[in-house]
Write a protein that binds this ligand. Structure first.
Ligand code: ATP
Ligand code: MG
Length: 405
């Protein structure tokens, strides 16, 4: 096989002049994406020997940042917006299926055998001998050409059931097919997801939702028979999905919002009573759960929004995570068309007077000033004044009238 022209950057250039003899390869997603001529942000490297020492040398040479994972024998090195993941060639041992494996160093050939799919086992040597020649030990080249996702051995999904979700992501991202036997094993392996920790299950949901093909990913969970094993008791009603939810899901959401949150809301909105169960099954953090809960409560009260003054509504929404507000925004077209400006309005919805502004009316800090401020806040929310000047005028009147809260 002829050499390929790797993208040039300072690390690749350094490795070339380094003329290393001990195994060092570009591997996994980087090689796959490179051969598919897809852009890739992260470089995955596989090496024999101590990856910590290697990365420390890079850091000494070029600066940048390094993070080491002693348990997994991996290191991440970041410099000038580039990310390089290094892994010492390792063998994995699963004490129990689904849990994170114990690892020990091995040869690079052995390392490739523990990987998820053949398309991720191609390597490109960055060595004195054979620089840039793609090495295909496990049939990844042919599978890449035939656009097939194939596991390396039949225990694969049992050892690590998160590979089921990885397979779905790759299939839809690249429009690949699942090889026949792989598909068969995949369909039988969903129950093993019960062996995986809640938070790892949740991480897979996050990753599925972060993909451009999220709608297909979600449908695949159902079509491939995994809904009841992966979605913690949430239901999938096909007719509802086709009639309504798919359209919501197909919308492109503002980039700053967390996709997993919005897609979960689509399902939870139909059965809010499932919040406890899914939170436990996915190990959601209290903060994540709280925001979902507040959103679901407001969703249930939607028909009462009409009775609120505009500012009162904005104040209610301020308590929600932005995703919750966005979900409600989409359901209430009368709130406006422009999400950005609506959200800015919520953030800016503050009563324009503070204690110190009341000094000029002869008030001093104390309970009376507190009472007056609360009173002004209420009137502001009811749209009874807008500017600080109007607020001061109202405050004067209130003092004269010996106001009550
Ligand atoms: P992506 O573009 O989604 O990052 P990737 O292939 O780079 O795709 P990573 O999750 O970054 O995926 O992992 C890097 C490599 O590590 C993979 O290509 C694969 O070889 C290996 N790998 C990752 N997760 C697993 C797993 N659960 N089981 C086996 N091998 C894995
Ligand atoms: Mg990657």
């Amino acid at each position: 096989m002829s050499s390929v022209n790797l993208p040039e950057n300072l690390i690749i250039a350094w490795l070339r002049q380094e003329k290393r003899e001990k195994p060092l390869f570009l591997v996994g997603g980087s090689v796959r994406d490179f051969l598919l001529q897809r852009e890739f942000k992260d470089y995955d490297f596989l090496l024999e020997g101590d990856c910590f020492l290697f990365v420390s040398r890079l850091k000494e040479q070029f600066g940048g940042k390094a993070v080491f994972n002693q348990r997994l024998l991996t290191a991440t090195y970041k410099i000038k917006g580039l990310v390089f993941d290094f892994a010492t060639a390792r063998k994995e041992h699963y004490a129990r299926p689904g849990i994170l494996p114990q690892v020990r160093p091995t040869t690079w050939q052995e390392d490739l055998k523990r990987r998820d799919f053949t398309i991720n086992t191609l390597v490109i040597p960055l060595l004195k001998e054979g620089w840039g020649k793609v090495i295909n030990l496990l049939g990844g080249k042919e599978d890449l050409e035939h656009r097939l996702i194939r596991i390396l051995h039949k225990q694969s999904f049992y050892d690590d059931p998160t590979r089921i979700l990885r397979a779905i992501r790759y299939r839809n991202r690249f429009s690949f097919s699942l090889e026949k036997k792989t598909l068969q094993y995949l369909e039988q392996s969903w129950p093993y997801l019960q062996n995986v920790s809640p938070r790892r299950r949740f991480k897979e949901w996050q990753l599925l939702c972060a993909e451009e093909e999220v709608v297909k990913n979600i449908e695949d969970i159902f079509v491939l028979g995994g809904w009841s094993y992966f979605m913690g008791g949430l239901s999938f009603q096909q007719s509802l999905w086709e009639k309504e939810n798919r359209a919501i899901a197909k919308d492109s959401f503002p980039k700053e919002l967390r996709p997993w949150y919005l897609y979960l809301l689509i399902f939870l909105a139909r059965e809010p009573e499932m919040l406890e169960q899914i939170s436990a099954y996915w190990g959601l953090y209290p903060q994540e759960k709280k925001g979902l809960k507040q959103t679901l409560i407001l969703l249930a009260k939607q028909n009462q929004f009409k009775r609120l003054k505009w500012r009162q509504l904005l104040t209610e929404l301020k308590e929600l995570p932005p995703e919750g507000t966005y979900y409600l925004f989409r359901q209430n077209p009368n709130w406006g068309e422009n999400w950005e400006s609506f959200y800015q309005e919520i953030l800016a919805n503050k009563m324009p007077l503070q204690g110190k502004d009341l000094f000029e009316l002869g008030l001093k800090p104390g309970p009376e000033m507190g009472r007056l401020l609360r009173c002004l806040e209420k009137y502001y929310q009811e749209d009874l004044f807008q500017t600080p000047q109007e607020g001061l005028k109202l405050a004067k009147r209130l003092i004269k009238e010996d106001f009550n809260e």
